[in-house]
Design a protein around this ligand. Structure first.
Ligand SMILES: Cc1cc2nc3c(=O)[nH]c(=O)nc-3n(C[C@H](O)[C@H](O)[C@H](O)COP(=O)(O)OP(=O)(O)OC[C@H]3O[C@@H](n4cnc5c(N)ncnc54)[C@H](O)[C@@H]3O)c2cc1C
Length: 154
């Protein structure tokens, strides 16, 4: 195998990338992450909002640079996989900032896109003070709200 491509860069994707490098020193590993961050501690998000974790940086377990320097994994953040062409073994992806689309070839593909929060169709669920807490962006949004509005209960 020459090219390992991983879609999703949090717990499953990041672990798979590190493990793959330990198993094979020569394989080219590329990781696509739709969000801005890889390998962050979802479990810590509520603790940061509750001020038990003081520093946002404590939630980032490994950066793009760490992956490159430690594991020789090429990480593309803000890059969303759009489609998989199994005939030609290529994934089409879009840079969510620039809109630019690229093709990423693979010999082996790992899908590690995780899930999404289920939002029950309750009245008021679309209001601006109702949040889902899944990513660092979600956490930042809630943090700004807490700082600005100083709500007394949740
Ligand atoms: C607030 C919170 C607290 C938690 N606490 C705990 C806990 O205490 N203990 C515990 O065991 N678990 C906990 N969990 C659950 C744990 O974080 C998840 O089980 C784990 O993150 C799942 O990892 P994953 O890599 O499968 O998916 P995810 O963490 O969802 O990561 C998937 C990634 O794939 C990316 N992605 C999706 N689609 C695409 C695409 N098309 N192209 C590119 N990238 C894509 C997403 O942007 C995402 O970053 C918690 C989760 C949350 C949200």
């Amino acid at each position: 195998m020459k090219n390992l491509l991983i879609i999703g860069g949090v717990a499953a994707g990041a672990t798979a990338a590190a493990r793959a490098r330990r198993l094979d020193n020569d394989v080219t590993i590329t990781l696509l992450e739709a969000g801005a961050d890889v390998s962050f501690a979802n479990c810590g998000l509520p603790y940061y909002l509750g001020r038990d974790i003081a520093y946002r940086s404590s939630l980032i377990l490994a950066s793009e640079e760490t992956f490159h320097d430690q594991y020789r994994v090429k990480v593309h953040t803000n890059t969303q996989a759009l489609s998989i062409d199994r005939e030609t073994k290529q994934v089409k992806a879009r840079n969510t900032k620039t809109g630019e689309e690229s093709l990423f070839p693979y010999d082996a593909l790992i899908l590690a896109q995780g899930g999404k929060p289920i939002v029950p169709p309750l009245p008021g669920v679309d209001k601006s003070h109702v949040f889902q807490l899944w990513t660092l962006d979600d956490m930042d949004r809630m943090d700004r709200y807490i700082t600005e509005k100083e709500p007394k209960k949740a």
